[in-house]
Design a protein around this ligand. Structure first.
Ligand code: PAF
Length: 275
């Protein structure tokens, strides 16, 4: 695996190679990321991953400084997964001057749910992803469905700017007990890790209620939030939305339930598509 630390180094390595399949990450890699790399390998002629903890997508009180940076083990994992090129710029290399030119995604999609509770988050994500796309110029870009809204916001950005990139979504990788893999799971204490599995169970119970014919989505969502609170969680949202645009569903729409909640000091998100 070749490692590029700067944009010119990356361009030199990629040269005239076409059909790059790209997996952007913030490092602290787990099986979920590696399944994105494995998907990328099937798509492109060259597999490129990036590791960059993007300050622009963190709010001032969030975990930018403490976000786990695990360089050696990330490199080992990427090598073992068959990644060809790793782009790992530092802040000076990716943002040599203050990044005042930013991508503001459609507020209808980006200011709800995650964007409501983390204002500016998707501006930060879209800005860095656009810049990484400009550096790597991939033909394919692979993202996890765990960050469901992020995937939708990026797809929309790619479509609106007519970027010649196929955005590929990969199913969420889960631990045996159902917990969606996330770099932030490492923040959970032992008891919290056991409790954390409740989030995916809750999403399943929401889907089951709808499948069994309950149609008052607001009541189902409120019940789900209450049951999380009763177990000591602090939910930001539990929301049943239609998959096409994350708006309130009408009859017959394919559905997704999305949730974000804090367990102790760890904020977890998860989602489940269902009909
Ligand atoms: O999902 C992530 O890890 C990040 O939001 C991304 C897409 C790498 C942008 O920093």
């Amino acid at each position: 695996m070749q490692i590029a630390r700067t944009i010119p180094e990356l361009r030199e390595i990629l040269g005239s190679r076409r059909r790059a399949a790209f997996v952007p990450t913030m490092g602290n890699l787990h099986e979920g990321h590696l399944s994105l790399v494995r998907t990328a390998r099937k798509l492109g002629e060259v597999t490129v991953a990036s590791i960059f903890v993007n300050r622009l997508q963190f709010l001032p009180h969030e975990d930018f400084d403490t976000y786990p940076r695990t360089w050696e083990s990330d490199c080992e994992k990427l090598r073992a997964a068959g990644c060809d090129v790793l782009f790992a710029p530092d802040e000076k290399a990716l943002y040599p001057e203050p990044q005042t030119c930013k991508v503001h995604p459609d507020p209808a999609l980006a200011d709800i749910l995650e964007g409501h509770f983390r204002p500016g988050f998707f501006v930060g994500v879209c800005t860095v992803v656009m810049k990484l796309f400009a550096c790597v110029q991939p033909q394919f870009a692979v993202f996890g469905k765990k960050d469901y809204q992020q995937l939708m916001v990026i797809r929309h950005m790619v479509r609106q700017f007519a970027l010649p990139i196929d955005v590929v979504g990969v199913e969420t990788h889960r631990a045996d007990d159902g917990l969606a893999l996330s770099s932030r799971n490492g923040y959970l204490g032992k008891d919290e890790r056991v409790e954390a599995t409740q989030l995916s169970l809750l999403l399943q119970s929401v889907a089951a209620a709808v499948r069994e014919g309950e149609r008052d989505f607001a009541t189902i969502e409120a019940r789900a939030r209450t049951s999380l609170m009763a177990r000591g969680w602090k939910p930001d949202y539990v929301a049943i939305r239609r998959r096409s645009d994350l708006k309130a569903p009408v009859a017959g729409d394919p559905l997704v339930v999305l949730a974000a909640a804090r367990l102790g000091s760890t904020r977890l998100i998860d989602n489940l598509e269902f009909d």
